[in-house]
Design a protein around this ligand. Structure first.
Ligand code: PPS
Length: 570
């Protein structure tokens, strides 16, 4: 057994410098170029530095990267399934050469580590997507991140750690691999089965983990990911409170909870192997792989990216090499007649098999519907309800978009007044003109400035929605991509209802309330939307209103009915 507890490939790679060397690095960093780590890089570097990513000693260089993408192996043949790369901008890379040292800093500028540059290259991202995710379809969150968020140039090299990224939250639940190994040894735990999760845990998960631990006669480590998970997941603050509640439902002294600041890639089978390697580094001997491990959801044609048990198959190939044993599990379902959870392959046709999917759970939370006690524990559900109030208690954003003079402000005002009449909610109006006066007075109408203006509106609206308020926005917002970004930012916290005020250019120009169209036609105003600047018509707006055919009163009524049908007011 002691063999199993040793990490694969030997020692844990602790990349932190000693106190004196760290001080020297801090001094040297003053003259070095600095890179501000992205949120994902902060997650990666924490696990590189503390040895969770052993045997890696830094961000991958080109030869290791090529091997990992092609066949999950570093250049020396060691198994490693996920490219851990430092992506930087072209402008930053242009100033670098091999042999340079870069100061890597967190968002606040705190020095986390020095990187000794060994390789600088521009990756073929499509090939990386194909190799790692088996797809270039951007509905895959990992592919989407790679193609749209990750910077274009990679820099590889060894790391010299100065200090770990700082966390203020749940410090008592955060452990490095060495700390967790020490805890296991102190507790006398020799066999430890780890459970990976990015979701709240309910009775099915509790039953699955409990059975896994019992079957292999091991202690249980609940090891949830609190770094970056799939967009739209329940936030980790809520989840951790759920896990803490759940802990009391396990037999005493058998189970431990620790948080893993990993940035997931949702790479299914490859990710399962990666997760197992990481757990091995944390001192675990067994690893649970259930149905659709680290699954990214459906592709653009509605098909699964990976088969439900592909991850188990791939893990089986590598468990010996890693030195961690997989505990495979089928999906657990509730059998009403037995009042018990069982693996789905152990049910029979004459039994009443119950299950509530993640989507169904979200629906019930959103609509404030009952969630049965066979599904979860009341304290866990209470925790979820605290942060996921029913829709009518959530904030939302009504986002009007359309040409100048289309009637956005009129509709926005009419709606605001109706909502105030209903009472009980806080409403903020972010009208185009008002915003330009108060938030964006220095901006003009270039694409760049318009985008900045809309992003500012989106940011303020998302803060309002996050805090349960109603934000009514009424800018022109001519660009689809920017509207989409604002939608994504707001939907994280509440509703986003896009209203295309589709009054035609002819009518807007005929009205010309502010005399701007005449000036634009005369060339006195440049870049005027609809005349000398584009307006990209929304294709998937929740509502389309043409003020030429509806009075403001009628339009306001239509909007109220829509909001009611969506559940945001009642
Ligand atoms: S944007 O594109 O969303 O940033 O525009 P927005 O902040 O909504 O500002 C639009 C208002 O500014 C006036 N205005 C112009 N609009 C469009 N193009 C140009 N070049 C321009 N110059 C000034 C105009 O009054 C818009 O107000 P609304 O309420 O839309 O008529």
């Amino acid at each position: 057994m002691s063999d199993l507890i040793r990490p694969h490939g030997g020692e844990l790679k602790d990349l932190y410098l000693g106190a004196d060397e760290a001080e020297a690095a801090r001094l040297a960093a003053r003259d070095a170029v600095s890179w501000d780590l992205t949120p994902r890089q902060v997650c990666d570097i924490e696990l590189l530095l503390n040895g969770a990513f052993s045997p890696l000693t830094g961000f991958l260089g080109k030869a290791d990267y090529d091997g990992v993408v092609a066949d999950m192996r570093l250049a020396d043949g060691t198994l490693w399934p996920m490219p851990i790369t430092l992506d930087v901008t072209e402008a930053f890379a242009a100033e670098l050469k091999n042999g340079d040292a870069i100061a890597l800093r967190d968002e606040e500028g705190v020095l986390i580590a020095m990187l000794d540059v060994e390789d600088i290259w521009t990756p073929d991202k499509a090939a990386e997507a194909k190799g790692v995710f088996g797809s270039t379809d951007e509905t895959h969150p990992g592919v989407h991140f790679l193609m749209n968020r990750a910077n274009p140039v990679y820099v590889g090299g060894r790391l010299r750690g100065v200090e770990p990224p700082l966390h203020y939250d749940f410090r008592h639940l955060r452990d490095s691999p060495q700390e967790l190994r020490d805890r296991f040894s102190k507790l006398g735990w020799r066999k430890i089965v780890a459970f990976q999760t990015r979701n709240p845990m309910h009775r099915a998960h509790q039953e699955l983990t409990f059975r896994a631990a019992r079957d292999v006669e091991a202690n249980l480590l609940i090891h949830p990911v609190v770094g970056m998970t799939k967009p739209g997941d329940v936030d980790h603050f809520t989840r951790v409170r759920c896990y803490e509640n759940l802990l009391s439902h396990y037999p005493e002294q058998t189970t431990s909870l620790s948080l893993l600041p990993l940035a997931m890639r949702m790479a299914g089978p490859r990710e399962a192997v990666w997760h197992a390697l990481i757990r091995k580094n944390y001192g675990c001997t067994h690893f649970i792989v259930g149905r659709d491990h680290a699954g990214p959801g459906k592709d653009r044609d509605g098909n699964d990216f990976y088969g439900p048990y592909d991850a188990q198959e791939l893990m089986r190939e590598f468990e010996d090499e890693i030195g961690i044993q997989m505990v495979p599990f089928k999906m657990m379902v509730y059998v009403a007649e037995r009042a018990q959870y069982v693996p789905v392959d152990q049910t029979s046709d004459d039994q009443t098999v119950l299950n509530i999917s993640g989507t169904e759970l979200r629906r019930r939370l959103q609509e404030g519907l009952e969630i049965p006690s066979w599904f979860s524990y009341p304290d866990v559900i209470a925790e979820l309800r605290r942060t996921h109030p029913a829709r009518h208690q959530q904030g939302f954003c009504m986002f009007f978009t359309g040409l100048s003079g289309a009637g956005k402000s009129t509709l926005a005002n009419a709606l605001m007044v109706k909502l105030m009449e209903l009472g009980g909610r806080r409403v903020t109006l972010l009208d185009g003109d008002i915003v330009r006066k108060n938030l964006s007075s220095e901006l003009g109408f270039s694409r760049e400035h318009r985008d900045l203006n809309i992003r500012r509106i989106g940011y303020v609206a998302s803060e309002i929605v996050k805090n349960g308020g109603i934000a009514i926005c009424a800018p022109i917002a001519p660009y689809t991509a920017t509207r989409r970004d604002v939608r994504d930012a707001i939907e994280e916290f509440g509703g986003f209802i896009e209203v295309h005020v589709a009054t035609s250019l002819e009518i807007c120009e005929e009205r010309d309330r502010k005399g701007l169209y005449a000036k634009a036609r005369a060339g006195l105003i440049k870049e005027f939307t609809g005349i000398s600047d584009p307006y990209e018509v929304p294709e998937n707006a929740e509502m389309t209103i043409d003020t030429a055919t509806l009075s403001p009163e009628e339009a306001a009524q239509r909007m109220l009915v829509k909001l009611e049908s969506l559940g945001y007011i009642r």
